[in-house]
Design a protein around this ligand. Structure first.
Ligand code: PXP
Length: 238
């Protein structure tokens, strides 16, 4: 079965909206694990708008929970990651003014730094993934930089699907990129803007081993609870 990584950033978003100490992302991580999440994803953004350094260092200490840290490719973030030692890192592009991660990494612009970051993380036994657009060229570049995995950006596909527009081309791009990544020895993940319906489509791509889902799970949790939202996804991914 395809693995489900649960992104709990927006538990921290709600907490920070009032400057209180609840809801607690730590508690969400424990509940997500209990409900069947394979891993917990947190994004330590440069502006710390949701997850904070304190959250990160607390969550990585939880027993039997695999933590996937999303981070921008900067030396500052690398230092933090090497200190926190999450199980996995996913390198993502980051713009301060964006509402969420808008696209995949530009592997031409930051290639030297990304290569160095991957090298340092892997040396410490941290599985490293690159968040990229579903493009064959980018998959090839990720491999050359030494990544273990690629996470394919599903945002465009999901947006088209949600707007009832033609999504077939985007779906095929994801499928082809996933297949090629597998052929050249990369593990394939996917994520961004996934819902029950779009996750159901993406799970049909057999080369994809893991989905990372956040906003929709936390949104659903308002109505059905976090545990039930995760169980619903587990059902979808069966
Ligand atoms: N994967 C990556 C690399 C991301 O940056 C995000 C957003 O933080 C997600 C998955 C989850 O996206 P969403 O919150 O839209 O489910």
């Amino acid at each position: 079965m395809i693995r489900l990584g649960v992104n709990i950033d927006h538990v921290a978003t709600v907490r920070n909206a009032r400057g209180e100490n609840y809801p607690d992302p730590n508690k969400a991580a424990l509940m997500a694990k209990k409900s069947g999440a394979s891993s917990i994803t947190i994004h330590l953004r440069e502006d710390r708008r949701h997850i904070t350094d304190k959250d990160l260092f607390k969550i990585v200490k939880l027993k039997n929970i695999r933590v996937n840290l999303e981070m921008a490719p900067t030396n500052k973030m690398l230092k933090i990651a090497l200190k926190a030692k999450p199980n996995f890192v996913c390198i993502v592009p980051e713009k301060r003014e964006e509402l969420t991660t808008e696209g995949g990494l530009n592997l031409d612009k930051d290639n030297f730094r990304i290569k160095k970051i991957i090298y340092c993380l892997k040396k410490k036994g941290i599985r490293t993934s690159l968040f990229i657009e579903p493009r064959i060229q980018d998959v090839g570049k990720a491999k050359k930089l030494g990544a273990d995995c690629v996470e394919l950006h599903t945002g465009k596909f999901c947006n088209l699907y949600n707007l009832n527009k033609i999504f077939f081309n985007e779906f095929i791009k994801i499928k082809k990129a996933a297949k090629f990544a597998n052929i050249i020895g990369l593990e394939v993940h996917a994520g961004h803007a996934l819902t029950y319906q779009t996750a159901k489509m993406i799970k049909k791509i057999k080369n994809i081993k893991e989905l990372n889902i956040g906003h929709f799970i936390i949104s659903e949790a308002i109505f059905v609870g976090l545990k039930q939202a995760i169980l619903n996804f587990k059902n979808v991914l069966k």
